[in-house]
Design a protein around this ligand. Structure first.
Ligand code: CA
Ligand code: CA
Length: 216
């Protein structure tokens, strides 16, 4: 897993594999508790961000299918400043003060943001389908939250929480907890995080690079 600033990830759990993917190979979780773990570091404590990656889920397998999560091992919303995944068949749940924007449904992109007091869950307008590669980008700029799918703006909503400093590790592909299912069933490729919101033009250009990859 390439992380430009040198936060190295370690493989946790069994069945981790690197599979043929969008740009050469990508990481694929072997199941619940099989992930890339990146320790907490100051450069992961951001107030603005972009998370972008090529993803493909091979099935709809559970409550949620997180592919990036910065919170506790069990997936408690108020422990994570940011998380992104694909919604499963059982909708979403938030804490008593939480806010849900959009309509849950299997195959929706689901974003979780929190300031540790309020959780804001945002769902994409578009429903993604199994066995298909999508480029998905989340941007948070301090006032708006946007989800781009395959280079085009899909969702834009007012930001209601300021991302807080979490001490939990970044979990890629699955939550650490053995309870589940809460893992992403397919390849995650070219995953990149930025400490600013990329522009629509920058995201379009990454999407257009396609299987050539943005780093080549
Ligand atoms: Ca790759
Ligand atoms: Ca931290």
């Amino acid at each position: 897993m390439d992380i430009h600033d040198g936060n190295s990830g370690s493989l946790v759990g069994s069945g981790n594999q690197f599979v043929a993917s969008k740009v050469n190979t990508g990481f694929q979780s072997g199941g619940q508790g099989s992930l890339v773990l990146v320790n907490d570091a100051p450069n992961l404590d951001v107030t603005e961000l972009t998370i972008e990656a090529w993803i493909r889920f091979n099935t709809i397998n559970g409550h949620n299918m997180p592919y990036v999560w910065k919170g506790d091992s069990g997936g408690t919303n108020l422990t994570t400043p940011y998380g992104i995944g694909i919604n499963g068949p059982f909708g979403v749940s938030v804490s008593p003060n939480g806010v849900v924007s959009g309509t849950p449904g299997p195959g929706k992109v689901v974003v979780t943001l929190s300031d540790s007091v309020v959780d804001h869950v945002i769902l994409s307008n578009t429903t993604l389908v199994v066995a298909t590669f999508y480029h998905v980008a989340l941007t948070v700029d301090g006032s708006k939250v946007r989800i781009y799918i395959s280079g085009s703006l899909d969702t834009e909503i007012g930001q209601i929480v300021t991302l807080f400093n979490s001490n939990f590790p970044l979990q890629v592909g699955s939550l650490i907890s053995a309870l589940g299912p809460n893992f992403f069933p397919g390849p995650i490729d070219e995953l990149t995080m930025y400490n600013r919101a990329l522009s629509a033009a920058e995201i379009q250009s990454i999407f257009n690079a396609g299987s050539a990859g943005k780093c080549q």
